[in-house]
Design a protein around this ligand. Structure first.
Ligand code: COD
Length: 160
């Protein structure tokens, strides 16, 4: 069974991400959740914070949480992976995901991208919207795991 790599920003992990991880485990023996670290971006949560939040929320021995710098396909090769898992929420995701998958295929023809449709309860959830709602004190219960909810509250309490 190939090792699946689920890459993303995860800033922060949402219940949409979590659902995708759990459903991937029905197809793959092992899933590596790979946090992309982009030095040009200033995320809300640091690399370590994102890693810890995912580890706490997932707690499944079949899931490894890691981070990578640079090109995703180089990381996939280093890890001996052959499948990238990505999620599709709406038509608006398609164009970006299509470009990404094709560029990755050009760079690494043996690596396949597998898409999973979001669950009906999660199609409107994105990390960006969660950050925005939480920053204005909105209630994100049910959109993120409880530990992420607490971390968001702490983050924005410090910022105000
Ligand atoms: N339901 C289902 N799926 C979801 C949901 C939801 N509610 N929310 C998000 N997802 C999916 C997204 O569609 C995506 O597939 C995945 O989960 C991760 O989402 P994000 O937003 O955390 O991560 P992205 O999309 O910002 O990740 C982009 C990467 C970091 C993977 C990309 O930029 C990358 O590969 N960077 C490394 C540098 C590189 O190789 N660049 C060239 C790429 S061709």
């Amino acid at each position: 069974m190939p090792v699946a790599i689920y890459p993303g920003s995860f800033d922060p992990l949402t219940n949409g991400h979590l659902s995708l991880i759990q459903r991937s485990l029905k197809m793959f023996d092992k899933v590596i959740v790979a946090i992309a670290v982009n030095p040009k971006k200033t995320p809300l949560f640091t690399e370590d914070e994102r890693r810890d939040l995912i580890r706490e929320a997932v707690q499944d021995p079949r899931v490894e949480v890691d981070a990578f710098h640079g090109l995703l396909v180089d990381y996939v090769r280093r890890r001996g992976g052959s499948v990238i898992v990505r999620g599709l929420r709406a038509v608006s995701d398609f164009e970006y995901e299509f470009q990404l998958a094709n560029m990755n295929r050009k760079l690494a023809p043996t690596v396949e991208t597998v898409f999973m449709m979001t669950g009906e309860d999660y199609f409107y959830i994105s990390s960006q919207l969660v950050r925005e709602v939480a920053s204005f004190g909105g209630d994100v219960t049910g959109l993120v795991p409880p530990n992420v909810h607490e971390a968001l509250k702490a983050k924005f309490a410090r910022k105000t």
